[in-house]
Ligand binder design. Structure first.
Ligand code: 5AD
Ligand code: SF4
Length: 374
């Protein structure tokens, strides 16, 4: 019995696919080289932008032929797309050959859904779930081990679907994280640990006995072993001086921060509900540069947010010029159903978004040439 997993989206999904692989291997499945050889195919989906969803629809549609020739093939759809009830229902209607459709919180019960498939198609989407501390991970990222420290997000940036499909912030108990990392280090296969969370800097605030992210970092660094520690993603509003100091002083922590700015314009930042200004963002960058010389800094930007004018977009260009990021990710705003921004007036035409994203990437290339940064 063989399995094949198709993963879309962010590192969180990559890591969750490692969990899915762990569950499947525990059931006796082994990894197939290609999907045609698999007895179970899992699509771990992403909902962050429309393009990601379209790709999933196209690729799941392509499985129809395979299912015709292989009646016992089990097809599973899970992840952020299927956590949305309406999308899950639509996928079930569009793809009568799909067997299991589950949401982001249902993963711990994957083995039960597979066992129940003989009785019929499975559709179940929990609105919430506990953090699963049973860890049958099949790690797949070379000498890097991903470690999830929290789930969900409380920020409700107005463009973002994540809080709707991943729920509110839930931190793992610090001891569970430390134990997982001790286990990883004991295997002596991994040189790097990367902590994952939608907003790692607010780690621990929701715990019964709150723990700060800075303390978690220090406690991990105190573990025996020769490893590098990294983390993502940081929200500028929560990146504290204490965390910057820990990055500066701990030898094991990689001198790298991914700090999504999203826009360089204050009106757009307020409309995005980012809770910082351009000036505040720049002051954090200054602090990082002062305390951590040679720190690599990368960022995400969204162009064509509803009502963004050409001048406001130019503020984003000037911010990237001013900061000289080591690299940036630029996205065209994609309206997500159910979010505040999708209902805002003055949505920007696709042609303008295209233009702006190209201008941003060209500016970035120009700056990198000038500064010699990669
Ligand atoms: N449209 C475009 N980009 C988005 N992102 C999040 N939501 C959207 C959206 N609706 C981007 C943000 C975030 C990154 C992971 O994806 O820049 O930092
Ligand atoms: Fe989305 Fe904002 Fe949360 Fe990041 S911080 S996951 S952009 S809502």
């Amino acid at each position: 019995m063989k399995y094949f997993i198709v993963t879309y989206g962010c590192q969180m999904n990559v890591h969750e696919s490692e969990k899915i692989a762990g569950i499947l291997e525990k059931l006796g499945y082994t990894l197939a080289d290609k999907r045609e050889e698999a007895d179970i195919i899992v699509f771990n989906t992403c909902a962050i932008r429309e393009g990601a969803e379209e790709r999933v629809f196209g690729n799941v549609g392509n499985l129809k032929k395979l299912k015709k020739t292989k009646k016992d093939l089990i097809i599973v759809l899970c992840g952020c797309m299927t956590q949305k009830e309406a999308t899950a229902q639509k996928m079930l209607r569009t793809f009568p050959f799909v067997d299991i459709v589950i949401g982001t919180f249902n993963l711990p019960k994957l083995a039960d859904y597979i066992a129940a498939v003989k009785k019929g198609r499975q559709l179940e989407i929990w609105q919430e779930g506990e953090i699963d501390e049973v860890l049958p991970y099949k790690r797949t990222s070379g000498d890097n081990a991903w470690v999830n420290i929290m789930h969900g997000c409380n920020n409700f940036c107005t463009y973002c679907i994540v809080p709707y499909v991943r729920g509110r912030e839930k931190s793992r108990e610090e001891q569970n994280i430390l134990n997982e990392i001790k286990g990883i280090l004991a295997e002596k296969k991994y040189k790097k640990i990367t902590l994952l969370g939608q907003n790692v800097n607010s780690y621990g605030k929701d715990l019964k006995k709150p723990v700060s992210f800075a303390k978690l970092l220090k406690d991990i660094c105190a573990l025996d072993g020769d490893f590098t520690l990294s983390f993502m993603t940081s929200h500028p509003k929560d990146l504290t001086d204490e965390v910057i100091d820990v990055i500066a002083s701990e030898k094991k922590i990689e001198k790298y921060i991914h700090l999504p700015a999203q826009s360089g314009n204050n009106r757009i930042l307020a409309l995005m509900n980012r809770k910082y200004t351009r000036e505040k963002y720049l002051s954090i960058i200054e602090k990082i540069r002062a305390k951590i010389p040679n720190c690599r800094i990368t960022s995400d930007f969204i162009v064509g947010f509803p009502s963004e004018t050409e001048d406001e977009f130019k503020d984003t260009l000037s911010l990237i010029k001013q900061v000289q990021f080591d690299s940036i990710f630029a996205f065209m705003y994609s309206p997500r159903e159910g979010t505040v921004a999708s209902k805002m007036e003055n949505q920007i035409p696709q042609s303008v978004k295209n233009e702006r994203v190209n201008k941003l990437l060209n500016e970035e290339k120009r700056i990198q040439k000038e500064t010699g940064k990669r």
